[in-house]
Design a protein around this ligand. Structure first.
Ligand code: AMP
Length: 142
C-alpha cells in the first residue's frame, strides 16, 4: 500500500496538529508520546515519508539514526534514567498503529513497560514540563 499522507504523524510534520516537539533537524522530528508507556516517552520520526523502517531509503538511515541517538541521550539525561528502551514496530502485524516510521524512546526498563500500549492520554501539563526538561538537556549537550 502506498504511504498514507493523512496519518497523524504526517499531520504533525505538516504542523496541522500540535505536538510537544523536543527536537527537529532537516531529517527528523521528535515529540512527546501523548499516551506514554513511562514518563519521558518520546517518538522520533523521519521527515521522509516511510511507513516502516523497511521503506526508508538506506541513504536516509544514518541521519535518522543519529537523530534517534541524540534524542535518546537527551531523554536519558532529562529523566535521570539508568536505561533507555528503543522500540520500533513494523506493520500492523507487529503492533504498529500509526503508519509513519517511528522509534519509541522510553526511559526505564523493558520489565516496567505497560504492555502492549498505554491507552490513556497523560496529563498534558506533565508532558509539557517533561518536554521542557528534554529540550534543556538537548541544549546543554550542544
Ligand atoms: P505504534 O503502535 O508503534 O504505531 O505507536 C504509536 C504511538 O503513537 C503510540 O505510543 C501512541 O500513544 C502515539 N500517538 C498517537 N497519536 C499521537 C499524537 N497525536 N501525538 C503523540 N503521540 C501519539
Amino acid at each position: 500500500m502506498p504511504y498514507q499522507t493523512d496519518n497523524i504523524f504526517a499531520r504533525i510534520l505538516r504542523q496541522e496538529i500540535p505536538a510537544q516537539i523536543v527536537f527537529e533537524n532537516d531529517h527528523a522530528l521528535a515529540f512527546m508520546d501523548i499516551m506514554p508507556q513511562a514518563p519521558g516517552h518520546t517518538l522520533v520520526i523521519p521527515k521522509y515519508p516511510a511507513e516502516t523502517l523497511l521503506d526508508l531509503p538506506a541513504e536516509c538511515a544514518g541521519e535518522f539514526l543519529q537523530a534517534v541517538q541524540t534524542v535518546a541521550a537527551a531523554v536519558k539525561q532529562a529523566m535521570n534514567a539508568e536505561g533507555i528502551v528503543l522500540m520500533q514496530l513494523n506493520g500492523p502485524a507487529a503492533g504498529q498503529t500509526v503508519p509513519h516510521l517511528h522509534f519509541h524512546v522510553i526511559p526505564g526498563s523493558i520489565a516496567t513497560l505497560r504492555q502492549p500500549h498505554a491507552h490513556t492520554p497523560a496529563d498534558p501539563e506533565q508532558i509539557r514540563q517533561i518536554a521542557e526538561s528534554i529540550r534543556a538537556a538537548m541544549a546543554s549537550s550542544r
